[in-house]
Design a protein around this ligand. Structure first.
Ligand SMILES: *Cc1c(COP(=O)(O)O)cnc(C)c1O
Length: 388
């Protein structure tokens, strides 16, 4: 298919799936539940800041939704991940294995701790870290010492593994946890994008020692800005909560801080929005699943592309719908992005692989052939709840 025809076919299929002319943005929040009522309640109560009943309710409801025994609500997904890595034992000078194909926050959370991201490759089917390639790389590049796993090249300790569930599609999390166990790595999941996604009916973010979720404005459920740590470990949850509130010891008036903590707590006003949003999650999930079906049907006749579908054993939240360009389509990535956006459809490429950013170009890394390929082959299509 000549390139302009492919682009035209993709625009037509997008229009057909959405049953709409542009403009249709990539993703906007859907606030038609009890948001206004909950926010009003928070305002009337005067509890708008970092303590309040909505924070407790939001944490409790997230716990029942995900099956995590403990939930600590935070100011962002990034702060949740940073704090989770910190309480998991990542220290200054350590390395942490993260995918290169992820949002920059995954690596930044590592850097904030004075640790170093070490990039590993993803697989084509799940878009998450490839467990086999990871194992092969660790056998080659690391050695077990008394202090833990050491990167033979840098001499630094490799402390943790951060699987990420791309666009809501669960990665091969059980196999990744097995590899982590074999190499004495702690697992902290970046489940920022996968609220509502399960692997073998267990919620993503609950397989590792800790998991981090995001409630930023573009995620499936939003608190305006916010995040949460999930864990089954009481001691880690208590420590995360303590560190998130400036490590201030409980006292009615004294200011005693027993560590250098953070101001990472989620304000009550944001949690009020979150409680209302969580109530709508089942509707969001079915709407996004229906939209995936519509995209799949609309793109069925175009050989050069496919719609990314949930992996086996998984139920995906279909947070962001994703068009995959096959070999024949990949050369036209830029033209297709331009065409879709010119037609009013908020299409975006996948993130620049992080190892190609100047800020991370000197980071340790495994061979990244699949990341390099997918970096030019994925396009997110309009995905808001309520579009189907
Ligand atoms: C959104 C996101 C984050 C960060 O969440 P914020 O709430 O925006 O700080 C981290 N990792 C991934 C993969 C994300 O998509």
């Amino acid at each position: 298919m000549p390139k302009s025809e492919l682009t035209k076919a993709i625009i037509d299929a997008t229009r057909e799936a959405l049953n709409a002319e542009g403009p249709v943005p990539l993703h906007v929040p859907f606030l038609n539940g009890s948001e206004a009522r909950c926010l009003g309640e928070a305002v009337e109560s005067t509890f708008v800041s970092s303590v309040g009943p909505f924070v407790d309710r939001f944490e409790a409801e997230l716990g029942s939704l995900t099956g995590a025994r403990r939930v600590v609500a935070t100011s962002s997904g990034t702060s949740a991940l940073q704090l989770a890595l910190r309480v998991a034992g990542v220290r200054r000078g350590d390395e942490v294995l993260v995918p290169s194909l992820t949002f920059v926050a995954t690596a930044n959370a590592v850097s904030y701790l004075g640790a170093f991201p070490h990039f590993v490759d993803v697989e084509e089917t799940t878009l998450g870290i490839d467990p086999k390639a990871l194992r092969r790389w660790l056998v080659f590049a690391s050695e077990m010492t008394d202090e833990g796993l050491r990167n033979k090249t840098t001499g630094r300790m490799i402390r943790a593994l951060v699987p990420m569930h791309t666009f809501g599609h669960p990665s091969r999390i059980e196999s990744l946890c097995e590899v982590a166990r074999e190499f004495s790595l702690v697992v902290v999941e970046d489940a920022a994008e996968s609220l509502g996604s399960t692997y073998k009916e267990k919620h993503t973010g609950t397989f590792g020692l800790l998991g981090a979720v995001s409630f930023n404005g573009n995620k499936i459920v939003t608190t305006g800005g916010g995040g949460a740590i999930l864990t089954d470990d009481d001691a880690l949850a208590d420590r995360a909560k303590h560190l998130s509130t400036t490590a201030k010891k409980a006292h009615s008036w004294e200011y005693i801080h027993d560590e250098i903590g953070y101001n990472f707590r989620m304000p009550n006003i944001n949690a009020a929005l979150g409680v209302a949003q969580l109530g709508q999650l089942p509707d969001f999930l079915s709407s996004k699943r229906a939209l995936a079906d519509k995209y799949r049907a609309a793109f069925d006749g175009i050989d050069a592309v496919s719609i990314v579908t949930e992996p086996t054993h998984s139920r995906s939240n279909y947070w962001l719908q994703t068009l995959r360009l096959k070999e024949g389509g990949a050369p036209y990535l830029d033209e297709i992005l331009e065409g879709l956006n010119a037609a009013g459809f908020g299409a975006r490429p996948v993130w620049r692989p992080l190892h190609t950013l100047e800020i991370y170009e000197t980071a340790s890394r495994a061979p990244l052939p699949v990341t390099e390929k997918l970096g030019r082959a994925l396009i997110n299509l309009p995905s808001s709840a309520g579009l189907a």
